[in-house]
Ligand binder design. Structure first.
Ligand SMILES: *Cc1c(COP(=O)(O)O)cnc(C)c1O
Length: 496
């Protein structure tokens, strides 16, 4: 399988796409065509465990990677998760399910891909005969950073550097990153918001000068952000797995349609759902849920992407994003894979902060997607209600998704064909990762300290506290650097 750039300029193999991260023309790598799974293959998947299901999906894209070796890498990655199943599907109510993706080493769904990416990258380098040190640069709104640091820590031949917005991540997220262990890692706070971090990293990636300066030091750049296809591919697998679980538990028959609601930031998670649909998985609607930063809601309503708007800090910081990188991949598909047009639009976004799509593209998008946003108050109400009604505590990002999902389910009642479809809400983080806000939502109480919050939630819900969060309390702070957004590359040079 070959991969092409969304901006038309490049064609590479899967290993190259993963090692490079971003195309030289600034575009994102996408598969040249979508592989499909036949009904028989889907049926065969029912009896498999999670790593086997994931291996089946990944091998459709990464045919240069040895299938058996891929499977054992996936087994190893997901053995680091708590519990038997890396992606358990939990029934909340009739027709409502939660796909829990937070049982990995950093308690957020980013672990689903970032525990696997080190293998994909290392193997990719082997396939390509690359000897240089790989430097992973990541911009993070909180969760990617920690998951990348943990995934790559002490990996041979790789260094990891993470940039996060100074005041834009939660206390727990910041602690997780600043206490990171490992000889090959670095963490830097940036004065600005997530978009500033992401733009800074993208600038480094698309600068010939930066590449040259690093090459002199024997260093090659790669990305752990969801612009890297190696991040996206493992995420496709859990849509298939959730579907299989619905069939094997007798909730649906093979071939019935299922809806998914996804708490969205950079559009990576939900895009993986769209890829699953293109691969033949019977998905009805993908509901794109946003918080107060509702640039995507407006885009799906009006076909105009406008990032020039106020930026809000919310209880769901991993969704506080105005420029959703992965949307470029969808826009590319909707344009009929027009690289020149996609390039023009993305340049307009970089220069003028906006671009529009044509009416027929918007119509096509709406065949697969519905978008909705919700307020902080409605999120809190929804989290409270699901806890009191069903005894189910959820994190703030998942709260946003559930709030939007419930509203969509009400609206869906008008359509008898759609009403029958199970709704799977994707749970992207452990409630213990955002303890103060979660405690407030469940009880109305404020606590000053995150660890106190964890203790109270534990008393209230009896849900097990993840070991890795408990351990944070006694770890020394290793990283203290704060820099300006336009000085990020200086920090990179200091590190390598
Ligand atoms: C990253 C993240 C999201 C957003 O996912 P995208 O793939 O960026 O859309 C949502 N919730 C949590 C907890 C996250 O860490």
């Amino acid at each position: 399988m070959q991969f092409v750039s969304t901006r038309g300029g490049e064609r590479v193999t899967g290993a190259q796409a993963i090692v490079k991260g971003l195309a030289s023309d600034g575009g994102l790598f996408v598969p040249e065509s979508f592989p499909t799974l036949s009904r028989e293959e889907l049926e065969g998947m029912l009896g498999l465990d999670y790593p086997e299901r994931a291996a089946l999906v990944l091998s459709k894209y990464l045919d240069e990677y040895d299938r058996e070796e891929l499977l054992s890498a996936l087994r190893e990655a997901y053995s680091r998760f708590e519990g038997e199943d890396a992606a358990p599907l939990v029934k909340i109510d009739e027709g409502v399910f939660m796909l829990e993706l937070f049982h990995g080493p950093t308690c957020a769904f980013k672990d689903m891909a970032l525990t696997v990416l080190p293998y994909l990258l290392r193997k990719g380098c082997d396939i390509l005969g690359i000897r240089e040190t790989i430097l992973i640069l990541a911009a993070t709104s909180g969760d990617t950073g920690k998951a990348a640091l943990e995934g790559f820590r002490d990996a041979k031949g790789v260094k990891v550097m993470v940039f996060y917005p100074c005041d834009g991540v939660s206390k727990m997220q910041e602690l997780q990153m600043r206490t990171q262990e490992g000889e090959n890692v670095n963490v830097v706070a940036v004065r600005g918001n997530f978009d500033d971090c992401q733009t800074g990293v993208k600038k480094i990636f698309s600068s010939e000068e930066c590449h040259r300066a690093l090459k002199e030091k024997g260093v090659l750049l790669s990305s752990a952000n969801s612009i890297n296809f190696g991040r996206l591919a493992p995420q496709i697998a859990y849509y298939f797995s959730a579907y299989c679980d619905l069939v094997t538990s007798g909730q649906i028959a093979l071939g019935d349609k299922v809806d998914f609601t996804v708490p969205t930031g950079n559009f990576g998670n939900i895009l993986a759902g769209y890829y699953a649909k293109r691969m033949g998985l019977p998905i009805g609607t993908l509901v794109c849920a946003s918080n107060k930063n509702n640039v995507l809601t407006e885009f799906f309503r009006e076909g105009n992407y406008n990032s020039k708007r106020p930026f809000f800090k919310t209880m769901s910081p991993s969704m506080d994003i105005l420029v959703s990188s992965n949307l470029e991949r969808l826009v590319f598909e909707m344009s009929g894979r027009d690289g020149a047009l996609t390039k023009e639009r993305m340049e307009s976004l970089a220069k003028n902060g906006q671009y529009s799509v044509r009416a027929e593209e918007l119509k096509l998008m709406r065949k697969s997607f519905v978008a909705g946003c919700t307020s902080e108050d409605d999120t809190v109400d929804c989290m409270y209600e699901f806890f009191t009604e069903y005894g189910y505590p959820m994190d703030t990002h998942t709260g946003v998704a559930m709030s939007v999902a419930e509203r969509y389910r009400k609206k869906r009642e008008e359509d008898p064909a759609a009403e029958q479809r199970p709704m799977v809400v994707i749970s992207t983080a452990s409630p213990y990762k955002f303890p103060q806000d979660v405690l407030y939502a469940l009880t109305g109480n404020d606590v000053k300290d995150s660890f106190k919050g964890i203790k109270r939630i534990n008393l209230l819900t009896a849900m097990k506290v993840p070991e890795n969060l408990k351990a944070l309390r006694n770890k020394p702070l290793r990283f203290k650097t704060v820099t300006a957004a336009d000085k990020m590359f200086d920090e990179v040079l200091k590190f390598v």
